[in-house]
Design a protein around this ligand. Sequence first.
Ligand code: EPU
Length: 422
Amino acid sequence: MEKLIIDGGRPLNGRIKVDGMKNVASAVLFASIVTRGVCTIENLPNIKEVSVTLDILRTIGAKVSVIDESTVVLDTSSVENVHVPEELISKIRASYYLAGAMLARFKETEMGFPGGCDFGKRPIDQHIKAFRALGAEAYTDGEHISARAPHGLTGAEIYFDCVTVGGTINAMIAAVGAEGMTVINNAAREPHIVDLANFLNTCGAHISGAGTSVIKVRGGELHGCTYDIIPDMLEAGTYMVAAAATHGSVYIDGIIPKHISSISKKLMEMGVNITEFDDGVLVSAPNELKSTNIETMPYPGFPTDMQPLMAVLMCLAKGVGSINETIYDDRFRYVEELKRMGAHINLLGSRRAEIIGGYPLTPAAVRAVDLRAGAAMTVAALATPGRTEIDDIYHLERGYSDLVGKLKSLGASIKKIDYTNL
Ligand code: EPU
């Protein structure tokens, strides 16, 4: 068992480089199953989510060569349709891409239910709907996923009833293994969707429209390739908020500024100075911040994954702000933890929070209740003079590579301790 010990109240200053995007890394790794070839994947983040994905791929017979901490060579030619232990599948959310990839390759899949952060209900009915549209008999009982298409998959029109990142990705992966043209309507438009399409197209797929709400996929044979994952806009956003919350000045390197546009604009509304460069952004906050209102939306709207971090900034800002969470039913569980640090937040139902800024935060013993909640608690601790301890940090390790090292390099006093035997 590990926790973070943070002596906060120091401005973060310096430069950090963002790693590859968590939310596409696993999608690309699972999609490599469909290629039956050798893929070299570069700029992978060094996070638990990726190591679990590689463990799953090894279990089904892929040859995985780890070249360095951000590069793997995957040979999926010898992959077999074997059972993966449910305990492994349930460690991450992205494991559901195994279903789309196995269905595309073997026309059959049977697996446990994915895990990931707990935000209340996270159904996968739209994934099942997509598999069925392609001609598979597909079911889930909330504990297992099964899909089989004994006569093969056939290209079809898929209409999503809600905008779903995972559903869009799974539909794209499965559709590559279908005969003919698939049209995915009401598709998610996140940069990760575009990146997965670029990976598949580099492997010989014919996908157009990724980044719009209508994606066309023509099925066909794929081959291996070398591919570089795009930078993680949410890791970038996390360090942007950390710089602002500590009134520091941080240059965040290796990003695609367009991807963080909604985050930059909100921070600017709050009084944060943002200067964009070709592949970097300089964030500083010399002055007092003012609060704002946020409504989470699918891309290009404000990302739900950034709302816990923005809540911390709003606690530190002047005035009353609000967050309207439109994506998930139960994403305010971190509020209890922030309240332990003296935050003044009123929950108005399960999807709306009113944040009364200007009350100083005080150090406390808190928990990371999920991945981005853990990042939010880390930023709160960095901005708060005194010693804060954050427990349950395994959530953070699923999604942030070298968080402690990167924050230390910016001048933070932060350490991780193992208290298992204390
Ligand atoms: N939804 C359905 N049915 C479905 C699929 C989704 O009703 O079949 C609903 C969900 O319940 C939710 C909404 O649609 O209310 C959006 O869910 P989506 O499918 O877009 O989310 P996801 O694919 O499960 C990914 C990221 C999340 C991120 C969301 C939204 C991964 C592994 N996870 O989840 O990332 O919050 O998209 O952008 O890519 C994180 O990084 O911290 C994280 C939680």
